[in-house]
Design a protein around this ligand. Structure first.
Ligand code: NAP
Length: 351
């Protein structure tokens, strides 16, 4: 361990999101991976043997040699990044929090729980105040903070500047989601090649409720959901990384196209002010070309942490429509959790 770095653990380290965590943490200036855990299938093996590494950079050498530990809190570092299936997270995340760990989670299991903050640091950093009422925190010092579903993140980054400047009345979003969003091995090739699947289990419900929690307000120790109407339709498409969304909005206050683009381009928030290590210079970038953004060319902007918006034009049903894309395993998962951890550290929650 480097003495100036904080040890962290990764739960679900062998999965698609777990691998992104290890990749993003390899040269992190504040955190160092000291512990890894996955299922019983992987337990006891060296990480390099247990994992089916699916990323384009090599396995980080330090992590490769670490043993995969059993997924329980004994001996685990205080800070845990969690990338578990929701059903397993529902059992393990509370157990780690009750044992005094700070659990920074990707899973949907606890996202909508009243006392669990669901955070995108550029959008609702102030929702961390809810932690004061979290029972685990009062009892053991441990807590759970979550980041949203991978399609809600890109959408909400694009919506937040519009909500701030003009207010939102109605939102409709249709997604085209990458196969890496389904974990590994994910959707069978015979199901997805040359095809579009118009159903992703529970995804539409998650997008609709999480969007309104993220843009809601803290009242009396919990989050009051934002009041706009929201409808989502989710599709799986044969793209490797990057969720694309076609969005229509009705705003409360009339706005011109130039004003909307200006709101996106000027959008900066707490992570940029604090210069958090994983914060992109521009959380939202408007691309003026008529055929962008596209996942193949734009998904890696801002090291995968920038949501790219384009094709703003009038909508004949609502008022304006546009396209947004974001990287589902970076901004939509591991990068989101890492930025949450950096915000928590900068605000003293990890001391
Ligand atoms: P994944 O590739 O299927 O990985 C699942 C991980 O959980 C593996 O490390 C697996 O270990 C581990 N695991 C399974 N059963 C376990 C158990 N009983 N105890 C401990 N560990 C267990 O899934 P993923 O795509 O990385 O997603 C992980 C979570 O992040 C999910 O909740 C998902 O919804 C969420 N998420 C994913 C994305 C995305 O774009 N992929 C985006 C946002 C959020 P073994 O290898 O040992 O089986």
């Amino acid at each position: 361990m480097q003495p100036n770095k904080v040890p962290v653990g990764v739960l679900g380290a062998t999965g698609i999101v777990g691998q992104r965590f290890l990749q993003m943490l390899e040269r992190h200036p504040w955190f160092e991976v000291a512990w890894l855990a996955a299922s019983e299938r992987s337990e006891g093996r060296a990480y390099a043997e247990a994992v089916r590494w699916r990323l384009k950079t090599p396995i980080p050498s330090r992590a490769a040699a670490l043993p995969v530990s059993s997924a329980n809190p004994d001996g685990a570092p205080k800070i845990i990044f969690a990338a578990l299936d929701a059903s397993i997270a529902a059992e393990l995340e509370p157990r780690f929090a009750a044992a005094g760990h700070a659990v920074i989670s990707n899973s949907s299991a606890l996202r909508m729980q009243r006392d669990v903050p669901l955070v995108i640091p550029e959008v609702n950093a102030e929702h961390l105040k809810v932690l004061e009422c979290q029972s685990w925190r009062r009892q053991s010092g441990g807590f759970v903070v979550t980041n949203p579903n991978c399609s809600a993140i890109g959408l909400v980054l694009a919506l937040a500047p519009l909500e701030q400047h003009f207010g939102l009345e109605k939102v409709m979003a249709v997604t085209m989601q990458a196969v890496s969003g389904a974990g590994y091995p994910g959707v069978a090739s015979l199901d997805i090649l040359g095809n579009v699947i118009p159903y992703i289990a529970k995804e539409e419900e998650k997008m609709e409720e999480e969007t309104r929690k993220l843009l809601g307000q803290v009242r009396d120790g919990h989050i009051e959901l934002a009041g706009f109407a929201m409808s989502a339709q989710c599709n799986r498409v044969a793209v490797e990384d990057g969720h694309t969304e076609s969005v229509s909005v009705k705003l409360k206050k009339k706005a011109g196209g130039e004003e909307i683009i200006e709101a996106w381009q000027q959008f900066r928030a707490v992570p940029q002010e604090l210069r958090l290590p994983s914060a992109p210079e521009r959380p939202v970038e408007y691309l003026p070309s008529s055929d962008r953004p596209q996942p193949r060319f734009d998904v890696d902007r801002g090291a995968g942490m920038t949501a790219c918006v384009g094709r703003l034009r009038p909508c004949g049903v609502l008022e304006w429509k546009f396209t947004v894309i974001s990287h589902n395993t970076i901004r939509g998962a591991a990068g989101a959790a890492l930025l949450n951890a950096e915000l928590l550290k900068a605000q003293g929650y990890l001391d």
